[in-house]
Design a protein around this ligand. Sequence first.
Ligand code: ARG
Length: 461
Amino acid sequence: MKKLWGGRFKENMDPQFRKFNASLPVDWRLLEADIQVNKAYAQALRKAGILTGHEEKSIQSALDNIREKNSKNPTHILKNIEQGIEDIHTYVETEVIKSAGEAGYKIHTGRSRNEQVSTDLRIYLRQEILSLQKSLKNLCFILIGLAEQNFDVIMPGYTHLQKAQPVLFPHYLMAYFEKFCRDIQRLDEVFTRTNVLPLGSGALTGSHTKIDRNFLCKLLGFAEISSNSMDAVSDRDFILDFTGAGSIILIHLSRLAEDLILYSSSEFGFIELRDNVATGSSLMPHKKNPDALELIRGKTGQAFGHHMGMLALMKGLPLTYNKDLQESQNHLFESADIASTCVSMMATILKNIILHKERIRQSAQSDYIDATEVVDYLIRKGLPFRKAHHIAGKVVLFGIEAGLPLHKIKLKDFHRFSPLFDKDVYDIFSLEKIISAKDIPGGTSPERVKEAIRQSKKKLE
Ligand code: ARG
């Protein structure tokens, strides 16, 4: 017996179609999940009186053998396609029948692959979510470590990629911490919606066998059972949740990658990648290229592709199960792989960057990045904001035309624009003072950033 559904058919499957139809090349990755589901289901069948104790035992040991047999190289399973095994469920059932004999023919009682595949995918995804969250957490700790080690570094902050205002380097790093922290929380929500057991839904109407769904739910570690059999076998929205959350993680990674690519260019010169995370050019001997970061940026497109693929796959599908749904598996596996490799690659890169602190500081002091301080100064002297902004703009223009930074402009020249300028105007240009003035929750003053780091550590733990 190779096909689970052969009885109604007189002709053999066209070999091309057999290959086309088979999901084994993709779903072999569900082997462990499928074994767990079968082990739990065998217990439920015994509880329902379908299997005797002895029969259940022989099924359990058949399943143990399948696990054992494939522990070294699960891709060996693929050679079964030639023998007409179309998917991982067929493989497991066929093997159970081979080794448990008559009892094996009962394992699929009251069950459909439609509910089985959804259950397997949920078990698989739960594991992926937990391990992705763990590696995001590791990335967050690395960001905090970098922030603490370089607490007093002041860098230029940008808007429109134009120098805007000076900012503490740790404040910049903690911006990414916040993003990755939300990614972890988003995955919590995906986990909650994934952690629902479809088993017991049958093909679409609910199983005709009185298996105890709550018992299965407990055995397989799900939080609850699904409420509607037709919904349970027809949806893959939990995968969409994940490819969506995965896309957002990659957006965040790609932005950090892009920043670091820019900052490592000689035009910025803020950082250098250590040799172990950089590559050279086969032609230009001087090159040191940020390939690792570029690949993270590049793979982001693939992550979006899998999310888009899922959206397109699900659109307009009539209820309930359709074979289209088989195509969701590749999107899930690939997007989980991309997210996990990119998060851990980024962690390794962050451990291997060298900061050029002098260059960063010098950049944080040039190009009129302190112009906003002149506005604040005039406000303190009693001028309304919009007027202060206009006067500061005139001062900047004067500086540009005279080729002078603001702190080198003479007081008499300041007076061309407002009599409110005094000697104390020269005190406002200190980087440390500029930073300290942003003393508001969420701001970049050292006290606030220290507090943010403290809170963040607490949050992570
Ligand atoms: N390999 C199939 C999938 O991944 C399993 C479900 C098959 N069900 C069916 N009625 N053909 O979707």
